[in-house]
Design a protein around this ligand. Structure first.
Ligand SMILES: Cc1ncc(COP(=O)(O)O)c(C=O)c1O
Length: 279
């Protein structure tokens, strides 16, 4: 079955979707995106995704007037692709629009909206066993708080991760952990959840926020602070989290086992609480 996607006011077959090569998304990666997960047709944290998208758009000065349509477009995409009762991800991308190539932001151009839906089942086995990770210098730009489609550093690092047979790449900037190539990072030491404070250097992850809320409601202490690479390796438990990754235990970082080399108890508890929220 050919997938139906949404491009600029139209639902079209994926192989019939057309876009100008002068779209600034294509020329400059001048755009932002979001991925929302639907659990059996029900969106998880839709408002948070909408609010983060608005913020990303605002930070780069794209005036997009179709925010209110995103939910109904997404529902229609799920329906047309027979995903309305599945676990699925919906991707939205908004670029500045089409214009001859100039470096400044052209006035009065129409942003391009591209959206698609795809099956996004939970990675059940990995969620149980945990993943190995690699550790690299965070070579991204200084505005990682914007969910930009310009992801070459992330894809280069993740490609190396896959080539090494690992599941994610944890990033270090100036000696301190930031996050991972497409997920947030949370560690556990002495029963405390520890994660880096929000700043321009990490994405304000929605799953990270959910975990912090779970901590608050279930009397699990949470500390937002910087921690070094050395501290990371000495944590009792580590997990990454994200819309696609969910709550994914990290059992190995490079050659170093975390805890006993199996998912830790607090990570398991958070996984359980997260499942109760999403299912
Ligand atoms: C760099 C980065 N950090 C964190 C996350 C997790 O964010 P969320 O929980 O909102 O999916 C993502 C998700 O795509 C990401 O790309």
């Amino acid at each position: 079955m050919t997938r139906v996607v949404y491009l600029n006011d139209n639902f079209v077959k994926e192989n019939e979707a057309c876009l100008s090569p002068n779209d600034r998304g294509f020329i400059f990666a001048d755009g932002v995106y979001e991925v929302t997960k639907y659990y059996k047709g029900k969106a998880f944290r839709m408002n948070d995704h909408i609010e983060r998208l608005k913020r990303s758009l605002n930070e780069i000065g794209i005036h997009f007037e179709g925010i209110d349509k995103l939910e109904s477009i997404s529902a229609e995409l799920l329906k047309r692709n027979k995903l309305a009762d599945e676990d699925a991800g919906v991707y939205w991308q908004i670029t500045r629009g089409v214009h001859q190539r100039v470096h400044h932001f052209p006035k009065d151009i129409q942003p391009t909206l591209y959206a698609f839906a795809q099956a996004l089942p939970s990675a059940t086995e990995k969620l149980q066993k945990g993943i190995k990770t690699i550790l690299r210098e965070d070579i991204r730009w200084q505005r990682c708080d914007i969910k930009s489609i310009s992801l070459l550093p992330n894809t280069m690092l993740y490609n190396e991760t896959v080539e090494k047979g690992a599941g994610e790449c944890i990033l270090i900037r100036d000696g301190f952990v930031t996050e991972a190539t497409h997920s947030s990072l949370i560690a556990v030491k002495n029963g405390i959840l520890i994660t880096r404070p929000l700043s321009n250097l990490i994405l304000p992850g929605i799953t990270r926020k959910v975990v912090m809320e779970l901590g608050a409601t279930h009397q699990i202490p949470v500390e937002e602070r910087l921690f070094s690479k050395e501290e990371l390796l000495d944590m009792d438990e580590v997990f990454i989290c994200g819309t696609g990754s969910e709550i994914m235990p990290v059992v190995q970082i490079e050659d170093h086992s975390i805890g006993d080399g199996v998912p830790g108890q607090l990570t398991r508890n958070i996984q359980q609480l997260f499942t109760e929220l999403t299912r």
